[in-house]
Design a protein around this ligand. Structure first.
Ligand code: EZ4
Ligand code: CO
Length: 408
């Protein structure tokens, strides 16, 4: 058998997705996710113009060799676009290998290590009442761990917080609002640092000590500010504080780590094991946040996790709705098999998205399961996909009160 064709598929059921579909000479089909939110067409071009021509006739069984060929062979290494393109090829080849074997992919990755993958959902509110209601909705849906994001008094729209919680509105569909240029938000770190501990105190008082609570700082703090926030949240026993400082500077986490026992998660914008080298070997973090889609695929993410396992660092793979159901399925196959699985982010995809991507993973009693369908367990519905034309959409941009562009 060999690779007969590779197609780059773009669809936009509420938000944009780039998918690679590889078909073998025997007609076996594999899918890979290549979506980079807000920069989708760059990956599509990288794949179409520079990767697809190299795949024709290759042995689809040689996954490691193909990974190395695309990574080392390009000479230009790393970066989100390159690594998402490699990831898509890697996922599709694992999908094919498992379909040929007639097994769900997790069996080829070592088999089941647990009953299910603990998931967390995203609660948010501009007010305490709205936040409590959002948490209750998630508990009713079966979530057993919850991320808490909150508005900040005096600021307007804050990314990660649905602006209007009525009618179940969700923030992840808002940035896909399809504006020609990004919307802009205003940020004040001091106001945020004063407010967040009061919110966690209220949530603990209302929901008790057991519920695992997570929080995302979205790279907005300096190491010193992050250390202060970590300390002030210690009484509320967070499961993790995510992306507390800008991700480029690994050494910055030393200051945070030495000052607080609040567990730290980082890495959703990372795309290589080298982005984690200091963080892992110095045990500066507790959770790896990478997505299979942005870190070079299953092959690469498994290596990061095996490296992390030596240092008792666990997984917390990035699972927002801009990771397609193909990428999310890959997280579940890897997560169920890894020894050092921690938790899986889970934002349910929209009905339209699930009409395009038919999934076989399940969610019950707080746990996700990849299911028993051979391969990744996702089918792409071309007829449904064609109904949704690509439309540019951007994540927002953050500015300080004086107008300075800030991290977000
Ligand atoms: O900003 O998915 O933890 N989740 C997040 C997400 C990311 C988006 C980026 O595309 O921080 O909301
Ligand atoms: Co995040």
């Amino acid at each position: 058998m060999s690779i007969r064709s590779a197609e780059v598929l773009i669809t936009s059921p509420g938000r944009n997705f780039v998918t690679l579909r590889i078909t073998t000479s025997d007609g076996v089909v594999g899918l890979g996710d290549a979506t980079v939110n807000g920069r989708e067409l760059a990956v599509a071009s990288y794949l179409r113009d520079h990767v697809v021509p190299l795949l024709d006739g290759r042995d689809e069984a040689r996954i490691e060799d193909t990974w190395q060929y695309l990574y080392r062979g390009a000479y230009w290494r790393r970066g989100p676009i390159t690594m998402a393109a490699i990831a898509a090829v890697d996922m599709a080849l694992w999908d094919i290998k498992a379909r040929v074997a007639g097994m769900p992919l997790y069996q080829l990755l070592g088999g089941r290590s647990r009953r299910g993958a603990l998931a967390y959902g995203h609660a948010s509110g501009t007010t305490t009442d709205a936040l409590f209601q959002s948490i209750r909705n998630h508990l009713d849906e079966g979530f057993r761990a919850i991320r808490v994001q909150t508005g900040v008094p005096g600021l307007g729209q804050v990314y990660g917080v649905a602006s209007d919680q009525r009618a179940g509105q969700r923030y992840d569909y808002e940035p896909a609002g399809r504006t020609a240029v990004p919307t802009e938000e205003t940020w004040d770190t001091r106001a945020y640092l004063r407010h967040v501990p009061t919110v966690f105190e209220a949530v603990r008082n209302e929901f008790g000590p057991e519920l695992p609570l997570l929080h995302d700082g979205h790279h907005r703090m300096t190491p010193n500010q992050a250390a202060a926030l970590g300390k002030s949240l210690e009484p509320y026993d967070l499961f993790w504080l995510e992306d507390c400082t800008p991700a480029e500077n690994q050494e910055g986490l030393r200051r945070v780590r030495s000052q607080t026992t609040t567990p730290l998660a980082i890495g959703e914008v990372f795309n290589s094991v080298f982005d984690y080298q200091t963080l892992i070997t110095e045990q500066l973090i507790d959770y790896v946040r990478s997505a299979v889609t942005h870190a070079g695929g299953i092959t690469a993410l498994k290596k990061i996790m095996d490296f992390a396992n030596i240092y008792q660092i666990k997984s917390g793979f990035h699972g927002p709705t801009d990771i397609s159901p193909v990428g999310q399925a890959a997280h579940l196959h890897l997560g169920i098999a890894l020894h050092n699985f921690g938790i899986q982010e889970y934002m349910k995809h929209s009905r339209d998205t699930l009409d395009v991507f038919h999934t076989s993973y399940t969610f019950s009693d707080g746990l996700l399961d990849p299911g028993e369908t051979p391969g990744l367990g996702v089918e792409y519905d071309d007829a449904a996909a064609e109904k949704f034309d690509y439309t540019p959409a951007y994540l927002p941009v953050n500015r300080l009160l004086d107008g300075t562009v800030h991290d977000w």
